[in-house]
Design a protein around this ligand. Structure first.
Ligand SMILES: N[C@@H](CCC(=O)N[C@@H](CS)C(=O)NCC(=O)O)C(=O)O
Length: 227
C-alpha cells in the first residue's frame, strides 16, 4: 500500500463477529483505518443510506477511495494483498498447501459458522433452549475444524505463524464464549485460542475491548467454558 493511498473506512459494529476479524487484520498490519459504526442492534444496516454503501446490508464493508468492498473473506484477503508486508497473513509461496489450508478454514467460517451463528442470534428462544441452539451450531463447524486444525496446527492454526485462519478462529471462539458455550470438546482449537490470546492485536480488537462496548456487557466474555 503506497503512502498516498486513501485511509480505508470500515463500516462495523463492536459486537459484529466479522467486523472483529477485519479490525484484527488491520491491526496486525499496523494499518490506519476510520471506524464508521453501523448499529445492527437497531437495524441501521437496513437503512437506505447503508444499502447504498453495501447492497447486501451486511457488515463489515470497507471503503477505499470511491470503492466499496463487502464480504469479510474478500476484505481479509484484500488486506493481506494490499498491505503486502510482514506480518503476512497467508503462508508464503511456494507453501501452496499451507495457503490452501488457511483458505479452507476461512471458507468453513464463512459458509458454516457465520450464517448459522447469525441465524441463531435472530431466534426468540431464551435461556437453556437458546444455549442448546448455539451449542448445536458450534458443533457443526467446530467438529470438522477440530479434526482439520489438529492435523495442521503448531502454535497457531496452520503451523507456527499467525494467519487469517487464526483471525477467524479467535473470533469464532470469542463469540461462543460470549453466549456461554462449552468448548472443552475441542482441545486443539482451545490451545490455539489460548496462544492467540497472548497477542495484543487480537485482544485489543476483541468486541469487549471496543470503546463502544457498554461496561455491563463486558463480563459476558467469559460466560463459556474452555476446559
Ligand atoms: N456474507 C457476509 C455476512 C456478514 C455478517 O453475517 N454480518 C453480520 C454481523 S457479524 C450482519 O451484518 N448481521 C446483520 C443481520 O444479521 O441482520 C460476509 O461474509 O461478510
Amino acid at each position: 500500500m503506497s503512502s498516498e493511498a486513501p485511509t480505508p473506512v470500515l463500516y462495523q459494529f463492536y459486537k459484529s463477529v466479522a467486523s472483529e476479524m477485519v479490525r484484527i487484520a488491520f491491526s496486525l498490519k499496523k494499518a490506519q483505518y476510520i471506524k464508521e459504526d453501523i448499529d445492527i442492534s437497531v437495524g441501521q444496516h437496513k437503512s437506505q443510506e447503508y444499502l447504498k454503501i453495501n447492497p447486501t446490508s451486511y457488515i463489515p464493508a470497507i471503503k477505499v477511495g470511491d470503492q466499496i468492498i463487502g464480504e469479510f473473506t474478500a476484505i481479509l484477503e484484500y488486506i493481506e494483498e494490499a498491505y503486502n508486508y510482514s506480518p503476512h497473513l497467508l503462508p508464503p509461496i511456494p507453501d501452496f498447501l499451507g495457503r490452501a489450508r488457511v483458505r479452507e478454514i476461512l471458507s468453513i467460517s464463512s459458509t458454516s459458522y457465520l450464517p448459522e451463528y447469525r441465524a441463531v442470534t435472530h431466534l426468540k428462544e431464551e435461556g437453556d433452549a437458546l444455549l442448546k441452539l448455539f451449542q448445536d451450531t458450534l458443533e457443526n463447524s467446530f467438529k470438522p475444524l477440530e479434526t482439520i486444525i489438529s492435523q495442521s496446527s503448531g502454535v497457531y492454526s496452520v503451523k507456527d505463524t499467525v494467519s487469517i485462519a487464526d483471525i477467524v478462529l479467535f473470533v469464532m471462539v470469542n463469540s461462543y464464549m460470549r453466549v456461554g458455550c462449552n468448548l472443552s470438546p475441542y482441545p486443539t482449537i482451545v490451545k490455539v485460542f489460548r496462544n492467540l490470546s497472548k497477542i495484543p492485536e487480537f485482544v485489543e480488537c476483541a468486541w469487549y475491548n471496543q470503546p463502544e462496548c457498554p461496561e455491563s456487557q463486558k463480563s459476558a466474555k467469559d460466560s463459556g467454558h474452555l476446559g
